[in-house]
Design a protein around this ligand. Sequence first.
Ligand code: PLP
Length: 358
Amino acid sequence: MISISRPIIEDEERQAVLEVLETGQLAQGPRVAMLERRFAEQCCTKHAIAVSSGTAALHLALLAHGVGPGDEVITSPFSFVATASTIMMTGAKPLFADVREDDFCLDPASVRRLLSPRTRAIIGVHLFGQPFDVDAVSRCAADAGVPLIEDAAQAIGGRYGGRPVGSFGTGCFSLYATKNIMCGEGGIVTTNDGILDEQVRLLRSHGASQQYQHVRLGYNLRMNDLCAAIGVAQLAKLERFTCRRRENAAFLDARIQGTKLPRELPGRYHVYHQYTVRIERDRDGVAARLHHAGVGTGVFYRTPIHKQPFVREAVGDVSCPVAERLANEVLSLPVHPSVTDQELLQVVTALNGAVRGA
Ligand SMILES: Cc1ncc(COP(=O)(O)O)c(C=O)c1O
C-alpha cells in the first residue's frame, strides 16, 4: 500500500537522539534552544519558542495575546479541530468565516462580515501547505486592531510574496510525526514581539520567571531535548523535502485527468503538505477503488469544525457553504518525499481509472 504519509528517519535523526541520551539531559535544554534559534532563522523572525505540540502553540499564542472569556476569534472551519478548540480552551468563542474554493483558506470577505468590537484575534490557516491570502486577512486584522495568528502547522517552508509563513503575525507550527518536518510531537511559536516571546515562555512552563517563582498561571507544555534533536536534524533537510514534494505535485499535475487539481496561486509558495484533489461525484467510492489498487488516500476534513458535535453545542448552527461542499469532495493523495516516481504513476493510473469508472 502506498501510504498517505511516512516520517523520514535517517542516520542524522538516530545519531542526534543517541547523543542526547548520552548527555543524560532529556528535558528541555540546549537542543531546544538550538531548534529555537534555527527555526527563527528559517522563518526570518526574532523569536521562536518550542512547545509540546502545534495545539500548545496555538493555545499559548492566544493566551499570550490576552484572549479569554467574552472574546471572539475569527477562524476557518475547514481545518484540523485544534485551530478552533484552542480558542475554546481560552474561554473565547470561535466565529467561523467561510473559505475560498481556489485555496481552501479563509475568505477575507467572509472574515470582514464577522468583525465586531468583540473580535480579539483572527487565526488564518495555511491549509495543506498553501499560504492563505495574507495581505487581505492582515488588512482585516489591522482594521479591527487585533493580532493575526497564522496556523502554519501544515506549511513550514511556505512563502507568501517571498516571505516565510509565520513571519506575518504570530506563527504556530506543528512538528507532529506526519508533518513536512517532524520530531514526533512538538510545536513552535514564532514572533517578532519580545513581550509575546516572554509570555509564551512563561506560559509553557508553569508561569515561572525563575525556578519556583511563578508570576502567572501557566502549564507544562515544554518540548524535550530528544524531540528537539530530531527537529534540528529534520530542519536541515527542509529544503530537500520541500523540493521533492513540489516535484511530486508537478508530476501529478501533469498526468491526472478529469479531476480538479490543487493550484498554487500567484505569489504563493505551496509546500504540498497534502496534494488535495476534488472529486465531485462519489468521492468515497473513488477512495475505495484507490485503496483496492494499493493507493492510500486521506479525507481532510470530512466534517468541518463548525459541524463537530462539541463545537455545535457551543456556537449553535452556523452555515459555511463552501467549506461544507469541500468536505464532501476533497481527497488527498500521496505526495510525501519518499513516494517514488513508479508509485506516483500507480497513483495516477488508479485515480484516472477510478474517476472514469465513477
Ligand atoms: C492545521 C492544523 N492546526 C493545528 C494542528 C495541531 O498540531 P498538533 O497535532 O501538533 O497538536 C494541526 C495538526 O494536525 C493542524 O493540521
